[in-house]
Design a protein around this ligand. Structure first.
Ligand code: UD1
Ligand code: CA
Length: 470
C-alpha cells in the first residue's frame, strides 16, 4: 500500500483579519498549503487528503484549480476540536490505506521540505515505528509542543500550556509533521481524550497511546531550521515572506547573479535566471518566468510567466505571459500583455503597450503607442502615438503590418487592416482600408488656410490681457 498524506487545514486566519482559511495566506505569491503540497509531491507522495474546516469551499476551489501530481481529496471538520479530531475526520481515507504509512502535517507551516519528509520516513521504516515525529531544535520554543526524549526514542509530546517548569526548558519541539504507521494510527486515534489545558483532542497524544500498545515512537530532527515555522498574524506572515524571499535570492547569489540592491526585489521559487544577468531594485519575478543570460532587468520590472532571451535590457517593464527574444531593448514604462511575442533586437520605448501581438525582428516602437491583436513584420518603424483600433465594442480584429513598413506619427490603424510590405502611412492618418506594398497612404483632412484670421483674434486677446493688468 502506497504511503499517503493528511494535511490539516481547518484553521481560520482570524488574527490575519481575513474571512478565508489561514492556509490560503500567501508566501512569495503562493498559498501556504501549496508549499506543503509541493513538498509532499517532491518527496514522491501523491495520495493526499486535506482536512478543511473554516470556509472549506475555498479549499475545494483551490484544490480543483491546482495541477496536482496525484489524487487530492478533502474531508470536512465541521467543528474545530483539535488536531487529533481533525485527523479523525479522515478515518475513511486512513482505512483505505492500511498497510502503508501516513504523513500528517500542518497546512500552515510552509517550509516543510522533501528531504525532511524522506529522511523522517527512512528512520520511521528502519525502526519500524508506530509514529515518527519531525522535530526542530530552536532557541525560543514558546507555544510549541515539547518532545520528551528517552534512551530508545521519545516518551511523548507535551503542549506548551501543559508543560511543567522542567519541560518548558526543552528546546526540541514538535514541528507538527509526523509519519504514522497507518494501521497503528487507526488503533489509537479514537482513544484520544480532550483532557488537557485546552480541552482539545491532541493528535500528539497518539505518541503515548502507541507506546502503551507496545509500538515504538521516535523523533527525527530536521536540518531545516524553518521546518516548524508558521504564521498567526500579518507580522508573522511577512516574516515568512522575508525568509522565503531571501532564500531564493541567496540561491541566485550562489549562481552568480548580480543584484544591485535588494529593496523590493522578490523572485518566485520557480523562476530561472541565466548567468551574467543583473537584477536591479524593485524587480518582481513571478510564476514560470525564465530569463536568459547577460540581461539587465532594470528597476521596477514586474515579470509574470514571461520568457526573456539573452542580452535583453528591460527598464520598468510589466510583462505577463509574454515572450521576449534575444537582444530586445524595452522600456521605460512598457506593458507587455498576454500573448505578446517580441522578436530579436526589437526596440520598444516609453509608454508603449503591446497586447496579443508579434513584433518582428528589429522593429522599433519608440513611444506612446498601443499595438493590440497585431502581426507586425521585421524592421518596421512605428512613429510616436500610433494606435491600433482593434476593438469595435463587440469584437476584436487583427492588424497586419508587413516588413519594412513605416507607420507615421499618430496613425490610427483601424482593424481589420493590412499595411503592405514597405508601405508608409502619413502622420496623423486614420487608416481604415488595406494599404498595398510600397505605397504611401494619406487618410486625413485637407488643410484649410484662412490668411490673417489668427492675427485679429490675437489682438483682441492681447487687449483683454493688458486691461486685466491695469
Ligand atoms: C500543534 C501541536 C504542537 C506543535 C505545533 C507546531 C497539537 C496538539 N500540538 O500545536 O505540538 O508544536 O502544532 O506548529 O497538535 N487544525 C485543524 N483543526 C483543529 C485544530 C487544528 O485543522 O481542530 C489545523 C490548523 O489549521 C493548523 C494545524 O492543524 O494547520 C495545527 O493546529 P494549531 O492549532 O496551530 O496547533 P498548535 O496549537 O500550534
Ligand atoms: Ca500552530
Amino acid at each position: 500500500m502506497a504511503n499517503n498524506v493528511i494535511i490539516l487545514a481547518g484553521g481560520q486566519g482570524k488574527r490575519m483579519k481575513i474571512n478565508s482559511p489561514k492556509v490560503l495566506c500567501r508566501v512569495l505569491g503562493e498559498p501556504m498549503i501549496e508549499w506543503v503540497m509541493r513538498a509532499c509531491e517532491d518527496a514522491g507522495l501523491k495520495d493526499i487528503c486535506v482536512v478543511k474546516g473554516f470556509a472549506g469551499e475555498q479549499i475545494d476551489e483551490f484544490v480543483a484549480g491546482r495541477r496536482s501530481v496525484g489524487e487530492v481529496s478533502t474531508v470536512l471538520q465541521a467543528e474545530r476540536l483539535g488536531t487529533g479530531h481533525a485527523v479523525m475526520m479522515a478515518e475513511d481515507f486512513l482505512r483505505g490505506h492500511i498497510g502503508g504509512s501516513t504523513l500528517v502535517l500542518c497546512g500552515d507551516a510552509p517550509f516543510i521540505d522533501a528531504a525532511t519528509i524522506k529522511g523522517a520516513l527512512e528512520l520511521h521504516e528502519k525502526k519500524g515505528c508506530g509514529v515518527t515525529v519531525v522535530t526542530s531544535v530552536v532557541e525560543d520554543a514558546t507555544g510549541y509542543g515539547r518532545v520528551v526524549r528517552t534512551e530508545e526514542g521519545i516518551a511523548g509530546i507535551v503542549e506548551h500550556k501543559d508543560c511543567t517548569e522542567e519541560q518548558l526548558k526543552i528546546r526540541e519541539i514538535n514541528s507538527g509533521c509526523y509519519w504514522f504507521d497507518t494501521k497503528a494510527l487507526l488503533e489509537v486515534l479514537f482513544e484520544i481524550k480532550p483532557n488537557n489545558a485546552q480541552g482539545e483532542y491532541y493528535l500528539t497524544d497518539c505518541v503515548e497511546l502507541m507506546i502503551k500498545k507496545g509500538r515504538t515512537a521516535d523523533a527525527y530532527i530536521s536540518e531545516n531550521p524553518n521546518v516548524a515555522l508558521g504564521a498567526n498574524d500579518r507580522r508573522g506572515l511577512l516574516k515568512l515572506n522575508d525568509i522565503a524571499r531571501m532564500s531564493v535570492i541567496d540561491k541566485w547569489l550562489d549562481e552568480g547573479i548580480e543584484f544591485t540592491c535588494l529593496d523590493g526585489v522578490s523572485i518566485g521559487r520557480d523562476v530561472v535566471i541565466g548567468r551574467g544577468t543583473r537584477i536591479d531594485a524593485g524587480v518582481e519575478l513571478r510564476g514560470k518566468t525564465v530569463i536568459g543570460e547577460d540581461c539587465v532587468i532594470g528597476r521596477g520590472c514586474e515579470l509574470e510567466n514571461t520568457a526573456i532571451g539573452n542580452g535583453v535590457v528591460l527598464n520598468n517593464v510589466h510583462a505577463f505571459d509574454a515572450v521576449v527574444d534575444d537582444n530586445a531593448k524595452i522600456g521605460p514604462f512598457v506593458q507587455l500583455r498576454p500573448g505578446t511575442h517580441i522578436c530579436r533586437g526589437v526596440k520598444i520605448g516609453d509608454f508603449v503597450e503591446i497586447k496579443n501581438s508579434t513584433i518582428g525582428e528589429g522593429t522599433a516602437v519608440a513611444h506612446l503607442t498601443y499595438v493590440g491583436d497585431s502581426d507586425v513584420g521585421m524592421n518596421v518603424n512605428f512613429g510616436c502615438g500610433v494606435a491600433t483600433a482593434n476593438y469595435d465594442g463587440e469584437k476584436k480584429f487583427r492588424t497586419v503590418v508587413g516588413d519594412n513598413a513605416f507607420i507615421g506619427c499618430n496613425t490610427n490603424l483601424v482593424a481589420p487592416v493590412t499595411i503592405g510590405k514597405g508601405a508608409y502611412t502619413a502622420a496623423g492618418s486614420t487608416i481604415t482600408g488595406d494599404v498595398p506594398a510600397d505605397a504611401l497612404a494619406i487618410e486625413r483632412g485637407q488643410a484649410v488656410i484662412k490668411e490673417e484670421y489668427a492675427k485679429k483674434k490675437l489682438e483682441k486677446r492681447t487687449r483683454k490681457f493688458e486691461d486685466s493688468r491695469k
